[in-house]
Structure formats: C-alpha cells, structure tokens
Ligand binder design. Structure first.
Ligand code: CA
Length: 225
C-alpha cells in the first residue's frame, strides 16, 4: 500500500513517515502543494494524506486538482483549524475524512484502515495487467511475454509494474527513481537508465515488438506502437 503525504511541517512529515513505514506502508512525502498535486495526478497511490495549510498551493486547491483526475483515491485531510466550515469545505470538495491536529497516530491509523477497507470493497484493482502479448500478474509477481516466463529481479518487477500501471504515459526518470527506489528528486537517476536497460534486455530484446520506448533526456513510456 502506497500513501502520499502532502505536509510541509518537517516534524509532522517525519512523524507520519516513521509511523506509517513501521506499519508497512510505503510512504512518499511532498512538502508543498505543487509537488503534492503533481505526484498525486501522475502516480497511483492507495491513499493521500493532505494538509490544508501548504506553501505554493493550499490543500483545497490540491484536492480540487486531485479530484479532476482521480475521483476514487481516498483523501484524508489534516488541519489545525477545527472550525466546522473548514471541515465542511474539505468534505464538499471531495475529501473522504478529516482529522484535526494534533491527533494521535493510533487514531490516524484507524481512519486510514477504514478508508482503505471502504475503497477496496468498491474498486478491486485488477490482478493481471496486459499490453500486447505481455501479461503481468501483480499478486503472483509473474510476468510472461507470448506465454514465456520472464525472469525478473524484484526491482525489475517493481519497475515493470510501474510501467504497467501507467501504460502510454511518459514517466520521467526522476519519477521512476522516486517510485521504485524511494529516492529524492535530485538523486542521480543513472540507476534508472541502467535498470530500464536490464529490464529491456529481458522484456524487449528477445521479441520483435518493442514495448518500452525512450524519450531522450526526458524518460520512458510503455506502449504498443
Ligand atoms: Ca501546514
């Protein structure tokens, strides 16, 4: 389960990162509204925790932006202001729940689990994703092309899953680095090129039809051409 936390206060962000990681969630932190909105609309998350008061874009605007692209991802609002108006505004813009700071981590965890249960009973993510003759079974961690099993390392499988979730979308190297390696935006992204090359050697090289395409200097896209 992957949670995006959009929170500018370093202490709260660190507290959430630590607590959620310890509870086996994969956590990405965005420290301003702009980065948060960008990540939320570019990538699949199972849940988003969103602070109201944020630099660059406030939580209301971020939420409106998220809902333009994604009606379903559960969004939990965090705010210091406990006025009823703020709560009503968040819920009317499409937040699923609302928590007032300061909150106990256990309460947050209970809310998260309830939101995830609700969202999963509605949308069952497909277990098998397909493109052309490539089939990726997310539960069994198995990928085949033309019925032939591909022997992938866990990182290669994670990379392939990311591509499969975003078929036809351009994925920048920094985004891939962030999602698959949990690295910062400024980190060296050469590791991405190396990993994509390895994945291609198994996924594309033995076959006539290529599925991973390069946009030089920008990133990669998985699609049928
Ligand atoms: Ca804040």
């Amino acid at each position: 389960m992957h949670i995006l936390v959009i929170e500018d206060e370093p202490k709260t962000a660190a507290f959430l990162h630590k607590g959620l990681s310890e509870n086996h969630f994969f956590v990405t932190i965005a420290s301003n509204g702009q980065d948060g909105a960008y990540l939320a609309t570019m990538t699949h998350y199972d849940l988003i925790i969103l602070d109201v008061t944020l630099p660059k874009l406030d939580g209301w605007t971020v939420l409106t932006e998220i809902r333009r692209y994604n009606k379903k991802v559960p969004v939990l609002f965090l705010s210091a202001c406990d006025e009823i108006q703020a709560r009503v505004k968040g819920l009317s813009l499409g937040a699923d729940d609302y928590l007032i700071k300061p909150f106990s981590f256990l309460e947050l965890l209970a809310r998260i689990q309830s939101l995830l249960r609700r969202s999963q009973s509605h949308i069952q993510e497909p277990q098998i994703l397909r493109i052309a003759d490539l089939e990726v079974d997310l539960l069994k961690h198995k990928a085949t092309r033309n019925g032939q099993r591909l022997d992938l390392t866990p990182k290669e499988f994670a990379l392939l899953s990311l591509f499969m979730h975003h078929q036809g979308q351009l994925l920048s190297r920094t985004l891939i680095a962030e999602q698959v390696w949990d690295m910062n935006f400024d980190s060296d992204t050469n590791v991405v090129d190396v990993a994509v090359r390895r994945l291609r050697s198994k996924l594309d090289d033995p076959f006539t039809k290529k599925l991973i395409h390069t946009l030089r200097g920008v990133g990669y896209v998985l699609e049928e051409r």
